[in-house]
Design a protein around this ligand. Structure first.
Ligand code: PLP
Length: 447
């Protein structure tokens, strides 16, 4: 068998025939063969360079092929590729200790997984075991992963095909002020959090509720930032009833919002913190469940009913330790904040020219552009859960960006702008220029 590198045609053909891609109908997908990547850019076999304004799945936070990160993986591979989770191993122990130091409050022990979904899965199982209760409150505009429990926690339509899913998930509404489901009175019970949760608990019986899980800043479901007191009021209600609070920071964690953790913006500490993606920029699959000192104590007296062959994989843990070192040495969170301010200012200018921009939401490099047909009525450019023809107006913008060398993404009517945290000012300006151009496509629909 030949060991020669494949041509782009060979890659495309084998991919089309044999690879099942996530969340897609397979036939006409025609996934573009990618030849390489470096920093904030990737390129195809014809040398077309594309600025990765998504950080792939919002995980390539340190950009592509960071030499120190690649080297750390090589060094660990030379030393020890794998040892079972029952042994103590240096990279795993170092990473767990580091997380105890940098995560907020008294978060202490960590369980490592292969990604975000598996970490959420373990979080709800542990919460049920610790509290002896069964119900979990989760929000509608949320994504928590694609495994059985995580997709049941997920509120967005990706859940529908997996239903009825795991039992015991109770839904609450989101602090989505731009489209508040309660009409946003002042004060608003939904957007202020606690009162809405409190009401749900009274219907459900708070003594049956083990945990509330939420993304402190909502990622794929619209880049929704809560109001100033939202997380605090949720925390207070949880404390009143002995309910554990789980923050899913798989997307927002590790500097994405211009703070190391999104919850740091509001000074609210969860009982369980879930991270993945930016933990090691996705160089090797990894997720983490980090639990409070109290749960850590509890675990010393009780068995942890969970396990994975690849829990704490040395290559993944070594890459995460290196990633955290790089974040410190290169002042990555400060760059995210600085470049985020540049992006935010640029987007505000675009809003003066593009009537289709309904709202800009963002901090750090975690921005959403909500596109509308009318600023007055807020009619979305495409409806919620638009598929087929209905989704075309957003897809056209994404495609036009790609043709001009900018990798963008959209969920429903919200463009997600989430470049690598190492992006430069010139690269931000390049992206803004292309956005200025492609947003004219959305303006055409404005009435
Ligand atoms: N939680 C959030 C907030 C996410 O954004 C994602 C993935 O996008 C997940 C969980 C699932 O993570 P994974 O795909 O690594 O299982």
């Amino acid at each position: 068998m030949s060991t020669a590198a494949w041509t782009k045609e060979q890659v495309a053909e084998a991919d089309r025939e044999y690879v099942i891609h996530s969340w897609s109908k397979q036939g006409g997908l025609n996934a573009r063969p990618i030849a390489g990547a470096s920093g904030s850019w990737f390129w195809d076999y014809d040398g077309n360079r594309i600025l990765d304004f998504q950080s792939q799945l919002v995980n390539s936070n340190l950009g592509h092929q960071h030499p120190r990160l690649v080297n750390a993986i090589k060094e660990q591979a030379d030393k020890l590729c794998y040892i079972g989770p029952g042994f103590a191993e240096e990279s795993r122990a170092k990473l767990a200790q580091r997380l105890a130091e940098i995560t907020p409050g008294d978060l202490r022990m960590s369980f490592f997984t292969t990604g975000g979904a598996a970490a959420n899965e373990n979080a709800i199982r542990l919460a049920r075991h610790v509290t002896g209760r069964s119900k979990i409150v989760a929000r509608y505009r949320s994504y928590h992963g694609a495994t059985a429990g995580a997709i049941s926690l997920t509120g967005d339509p990706r859940r529908w095909q997996a239903e009825p899913g795991v039992s015991g998930v109770v839904r609450m509404l989101d602090p989505y002020t731009y489209r508040c489901p309660a009409g946003h009175p002042d004060p608003c019970p939904v957007c202020s959090g606690g009162p809405h949760l409190e009401e749900i608990l009274q219907y459900e019986n708070p003594e049956t509720v083990a945990a509330v899980i939420l993304e402190p800043v909502t990622g794929t479901n619209g880049l929704i930032y809560p109001g100033e007191n939202y997380l605090r009021s949720i925390r207070e209600v949880c404390d009143t009833y002995g309910i554990l609070l789980i923050f899913d920071e798989v997307m927002a964690g590790f500097g994405r919002t211009g703070e190391l953790f999104a919850c740091n913006h509001w000074g609210v500490v969860p009982d369980i913190l879930i991270t993945a993606k930016g933990l090691n920029s996705g160089y090797v699959p990894l997720g983490a469940m980090t639990v409070s000192a109290e749960i850590s104590e509890w675990l010393h007296g009780h068995k942890f009913w969970g396990g994975l062959t690849y829990a704490g994989h040395p290559l993944a843990c070594a890459s995460a330790v290196a990633s955290l070192d790089i974040m410190d040495d290169e002042d990555v969170v400060a760059n995210a904040k600085r470049q985020g301010e540049r992006l935010g200012a640029g987007l505000a200018e675009l809003a003066e020219r593009h009537e289709s921009i309904g709202e800009i939401r963002g901090r750090g490099l975690f921005y959403g552009l909500e596109l509308v047909r009318s600023r007055e009525t807020r009619e979305p450019l495409v409806p919620f859960n638009a598929v087929g023809e209905a989704a075309v107006p957003m897809q056209r913008i994404v495609k036009a960006g790609m043709a001009k060398g900018l990798y963008l993404s959209a969920n429903f009517n919200v463009m997600r702008l989430t470049p690598p945290l190492v992006i430069t000012g010139d690269e931000i300006d390049f992206a803004l220029e292309i956005l200025d151009d492609v947003l004219t496509l959305a303006d055409e629909a404005v009435t």
